[in-house]
Structures are given as C-alpha cells and as structure tokens.
Write a protein that binds this ligand. Structure first.
Ligand code: BES
Ligand code: MN
Length: 456
C-alpha cells in the first residue's frame, strides 16, 4: 500500500467525528424538494454544499440555477490529463418527512441512538455525499489527488420531471468524464458490500375519476349515481390479474427476459423471501408468479398504488357520495420498457374499462427509463478491490428496484457508464419515518471510497 494511501486512510479515520458533524449540519436543513414552502431551505442546502466544496479546495465551484431547484457543480482537475476523471453524483433534496407523528425524534434534528443517526435524508442521500467529501478531503490533506474529480449535485431527484436531463445535454463539455460514480444506492447488509448494476425506470401517474358535479347525499343519490370511489376501486383492482401480472395492454412486450446465467446468479444472492418478510413485517409475500422476490423487485416491472383519496376520511361518519376519487399510481420499469408507452397503455386500459357513468383524467409525472451497467468494467473492478480491502469480502452484484433517473441520461448523453454503490442499508427506512444511517457502515464507506479513488 502506498504511503499516501495509508496516510489518507489514517486521516479519514481520525476525522470521523468531523465527518459526522458535517453530516449533521446538512441534514438539519429540511431540503424537501416537493414542498414549495421549503424553496428557501433548498437554496440553503445548495449554498451549504458550495461552501463545503470551496473549503475542500475545489478549483471551481458553481451553483447553476434551473427553472426549479439549483444544481451544484464543482471540479478539481489537478491530477492531470493522463489520469481518469470521475463525475461524482449526489442529490441534496429529500423526501417529505410525513407521517411526522411516527418519528421517534424530530426528522430534521439529527439524533444519535446506538450505532445509528436518525434524520430525514441521512441515508438518502446526504450521508453518502458527505462520505465522498470526506474521502476526497482525506486524500487531499495528505497529498495530491490521484484522479480528476467533478461533482454534480442536484436538488430534484426525489420529484418527477427533473431538470438534470436538460442540464446534462447542455453541458456535455463541462461534465465530460471517464465514468460516473453514483453513490445513491446501498448495501445489502453491513457485512455485504454491494454493486448495483441495474436500476429500474419509473412512470408515475395521477388518476382522477370524476362522478357527480359535487359531493352528494349518499342516501338520496346512492343507487342512482355511480360512486367514483367505487369506480376507482374497480379500475385499480383490475390492474393485476390472478397471477400477479400487470394487465396494462402490451406492458410486458418489451421486457427483456432474464437469461439463465443471470437467474442463476441472482438465485445465489443472500436475499431470500425471509429478507422481504422481515423488512416488511408481513405475513406473506405477493408478486408475479414464476419469479423469485429478488427477480420481481429488480428484473421484472411492477405497478404500485402510492396513494388513494376520495370522500370523507375524517373522524366519525359522514354520509356522502363523493364527487371524485384520486389515485397516485407508479410503474417500475425494466429494460427495454418506455415510460411514455406505458402512459399510452394506461390510457388504453382506462378507455376500455372505465364505465361511461364517470369521466377520468390521467396525468403523467415521472417518465424515467431503466438503466443497466456493465458488470465487468475496470471502474467496477476498482470498486470490487476497494470493497475487498475494506470489508474483506467481494461485493455482491444486484439489481435495484428503486430508480435514480440521472443514470440513464449520463449513459446516453455522455456515453460513459455508471458505478452504482452506496452505504445505506435496507433497514435504514428510506422514504419512511425514522430514516437513519448506520454510522459504522458510513465510516467504512469513507474508507472504501479512499481505496477506490487510489485504485483508479
Ligand atoms: N436513493 C434512491 C434510489 C434507491 C432506492 C437506491 C432504494 C437504493 C435502494 C433515490 O433517491 C430514490 O428514491 N429515487 C426515487 C426516484 C423517483 C422519485 C423518480 C425512487 O426510486 O422512488
Ligand atoms: Mn430517495
């Protein structure tokens, strides 16, 4: 091991308390991207990052405004032209903190309990941004950077229709790199380093079913006027068949079948039914017949109801025939599905199945393509070796059911591949109440990144 690498690792370890403190600072800013009232906090988070990247001694640090939330960019190309350039991704926005009553501590006051730090955004993904900063800092404080570094940190990952696609198209020279490092995925367990080689795409919809022109007395009019909540329930129920398959016409036409080799590999992953039963605390699993849970969540497309609303949901009773019903529905997509085609399929389904007693309206929000990455690139090898040094184990290779929309834009527009890694755990409650980050894994992550940057 080079002397510089050893010094950097020691520096990183000694500075774990500082890394923790930085994470607490950024987590305390409630940068919820979907909430217009938090626009000021979004700005504050971007400014915080700018200051931090400036303190990291990057050569250029800039905030690029967008029609919605700004993008933070930084670069340090001091390693020189004969060294590779890594474009490190991050998103500083977070999901809403609701249901707020179910948190054991304030979502935006980072709270340490045992080995975990609790707060919204801890694992998704402010902790991972700080891990990258700390690794670069440790290398920097003990010598020269062995690679050229660029940072691209957006504020719109958690909401549909992010501006990042346009930004990448318009700034191809600025973002030119040898590969993309996406630290927005995770690890299967604290002793199981993980490389994610596929991310699902997503098509997100709001469906509105309109019945009578206003809420009506359910006694006087029920029986004569079709209840839109009833219609919605029928329509949603019809979206899966008895075999757990999605019924949208043509939904599976483009889905690439899993080849036997990959099925074999996925079957060896230490992620069986018990994992899902335990994470969910459910009695039994559900899903498409003929596939394992790992296959269903990574390599097969799905359809989920994310939210439902109609009529009276207050305390007690109110006898009402609601004027409308609303549902938020999303489909996770795999290669080679197209999110806009899925929108057309949904409209066809509604045209064919909605009764003429109501009207409906379907709007699309997210329309993001799935991505697949090369499992054998030299960049992946560099991470595999870094993980072996850090955890003493070869990483597992898995497909992720969630989405990171930027990856496919980088692949298509910049023509480079993405290394998807991260230090969040399935038990970190991403998007849910009591989100947390496992601190020992966070510190190991910094170490792994130091190795990784040297390996490059
Ligand atoms: N970090 C997640 C993606 C992820 C989820 C990685 C689970 C590993 C495990 C990311 O921030 C995210 O949640 N993305 C959204 C994107 C959507 C809003 C377009 C998602 O997947 O729901
Ligand atoms: Mn997220």
């Amino acid at each position: 091991m080079s002397e510089h690498r050893q010094k950097a690792l020691a520096y990183a370890q000694e500075h774990n308390p500082q890394s923790l403190d930085k994470m607490k600072q950024i987590i305390s800013i409630p940068s919820v991207s979907t909430d217009p009232e938090r626009a000021g906090d979004i700005r504050k988070a971007a400014e915080w990052l700018k200051a931090e990247l400036t303190a990291l001694d990057m050569d250029r640090v800039e905030i690029f405004p967008t029609p919605r939330h700004p993008i933070v960019y930084a670069e340090d190309l001091s390693a020189g032209k004969d060294k590779p350039t890594v474009l490190i991704y991050g998103h500083y926005d977070v999901q809403p903190e609701d249901p707020v009553d179910e948190w054991d501590s304030d979502p935006f006051i980072p709270t340490e309990k045992g080995e975990n730090l609790y707060a919204r955004g801890a694992t998704d993904m402010k902790g991972q941004i700080i891990a990258c900063f700390s690794a670069i800092d440790a290398i920097r404080q003990t010598g020269d950077l062995p690679v050229n570094v660029k940072f691209l940190i957006e504020g719109e990952e958690e909401i549909g229709g992010s501006y990042i696609e346009t930004f990448i198209k318009e700034n191809q020279d600025l973002l030119a790199c040898d590969f993309f490092l996406n630290p927005d995925t995770g690890m299967q367990a604290p002793d199981m380093p993980t490389v994610t080689y596929a991310l699902r795409g997503i098509a997100y919809f709001e469906l509105r079913v309109q019945g009578p022109k206003q809420d009506m007395h359910s006694g006087s009019f029920g029986g004569a006027i079709h209840n839109p909540a009833q219609v919605m329930a029928d329509l949603l129920a019809g979206l899966h068949d008895k075999k757990g398959r999605v019924t949208l016409p043509g939904f599976y036409d483009r889905v690439k079948p899993l080849d036997d080799d990959e099925r074999e590999e996925l079957s060896k992953l230490p992620i069986g039914d018990e994992f899902y039963l335990e994470q969910g605390g459910v009695k039994a699993l559900f899903g498409e017949e003929g596939f394992t849970a790992v296959e269903r969540t990574g390599a097969r497309p799905t359809l989920e109801i994310n939210g439902l609303y109609s009529g009276f949901i207050g305390e007690g009773q109110k006898t009402v025939l609601p004027a409308y019903a609303m549902a938020k529905v999303s489909c996770r997509l795999v290669a080679d599905q197209d999110p806009v085609e899925v929108y057309e399929q949904f409209k066809t389904y509604l045209t064919e199945n909605a009764p003429d007693t109501v009207t409906w309206e379907l709007t699309q929000m997210s329309k993001d393509f799935p991505s697949l990455s090369d499992r054998k690139s030299k960049w992946i090898d560099a991470y595999v070796q870094a993980a072996e040094k850090t955890w003493g184990k070869r990483p597992i290779f898995k497909r992720e059911g969630g989405s990171v929309p930027v990856v496919v834009h980088i692949q298509q527009t910049l023509g480079v591949d993405s290394v998807n890694i991260g230090f969040g755990l399935p038990s970190d409650n991403m998007h849910g109440p009591n989100e947390k980050i496992h601190l020992p894994t966070f510190y190991k992550g910094i170490e792994a990144l130091v190795h990784f940057f040297f390996n490059l």
